[in-house]
Ligand binder design. Sequence first.
Ligand SMILES: NC(=O)c1ccc[n+]([C@@H]2O[C@H](COP(=O)([O-])OP(=O)(O)OC[C@H]3O[C@@H](n4cnc5c(N)ncnc54)[C@H](O)[C@@H]3O)[C@@H](O)[C@H]2O)c1
Ligand SMILES: [Zn+2]
Length: 355
Amino acid sequence: MRTVRVNAASKSYDVIICRNAVDVLPYEVQKVCPGALKVLIVSESNVAPLYLDLVKSKLKINGYEIISHVFEAGEQNKGINEIAAMWNKMAEAGFTRTDFVIGLGGGVTTDMAGFAASTFLRGIKVIQLPTSLLAMVDASVGGKTGIDIPMGKNQVGAFWQPSLVLEDISFLKTLPDEVFTEGMGEVTKHAFIMDPELLEKLEKANGDIRSDEALLEEIVYMNVADKASVVGEDENDNGRRQTLNFGHTVGHVIERDSGFTKPHGICVAKGMGIMIDACVRAGTLDTSDAERMKNLLKLYKLPVTDDITPEAIVEGAMNDKKKRGDTLSVILVNKIGKAEIRKMNKEEFLKFLSV
Ligand SMILES: NC(=O)c1ccc[n+]([C@@H]2O[C@H](COP(=O)([O-])OP(=O)(O)OC[C@H]3O[C@@H](n4cnc5c(N)ncnc54)[C@H](O)[C@@H]3O)[C@@H](O)[C@H]2O)c1
Ligand SMILES: [Zn+2]
């Protein structure tokens, strides 16, 4: 069993990573939710048939009253209607501030469970049980929660740290291959911006980190440790946490232009590929590092480019919610493991992408 302690300014908590981690759930829950009598388990239509009964059976010895909310899987349901249904269920069951929520699923589920918990009774505890690679290495750690509105993705949300994250590597066995590949977008991103050792491990694994569970566990652990170190320094996304947006400024535009039909991790990979090329042209990254990074993306079956024009990227990026005033915080990689936040206005960003 491996544990990463996340020391965010607002709260410290453990991320426990191992195979069959669900076995320790009842004991770990008791530690972080003393006095709890009720729990709402939030899950969705693909994950619930696989793991909901298992999680419920583990919690039985704690004697909780367990209620669940299972929504139809998919980003299109990450909205206020499901959240309202969760609030109502908790209110009807008489939840108090010592009761808690569990998120059991991918990033859509952990984002929603976190948001429901952050708002109910002005905030109750949430425990995350991520089941997708992306949710394990990224979404469930760091306390960003949110939902989508018609005007955009993740436009409504809160910073609300979980009380515990339990990552059961065995859950990944049922994850479809293409969804696993999407998660590799964020894994490679961590390697590029801050973790040369992770990059080497991924190169060595030669495109397959799935068939060896011990290796998979180690790689998930390295990613969680990376994310935790960034969140520990900058919980509210005012500084270093922005480096996690490498590939995202461009990726978000591609994602939005596709009407959210292209998966996030794939768009981020394309965004990273485009930024890697731009960094080389601008002279901030040498070609050998750039080649290594793009080869790694290809090795894990991720795309490295897109036919979107620099003009369309800049236009789209200027409408992004992460923009502050007239300038964008653009994330560059200067060498493997070293990211830079550079402020650019519209003209500068267009020049950077076009030169
Ligand atoms: N809060 C954050 O910091 C943060 C960071 C990154 C992404 N996100 C959010 O995460 C979401 C994307 O997460 P995702 O890629 O996990 O999407 P997801 O939750 O939709 O899961 C992807 C697919 O995998 C299925 N699935 C998940 N676990 C499974 C398992 N163990 N076995 C079989 N099927 C399984 C789901 O049913 C779904 O079809 C987006 O909404 C994004 O905004 C949040
Ligand atoms: Zn992302």
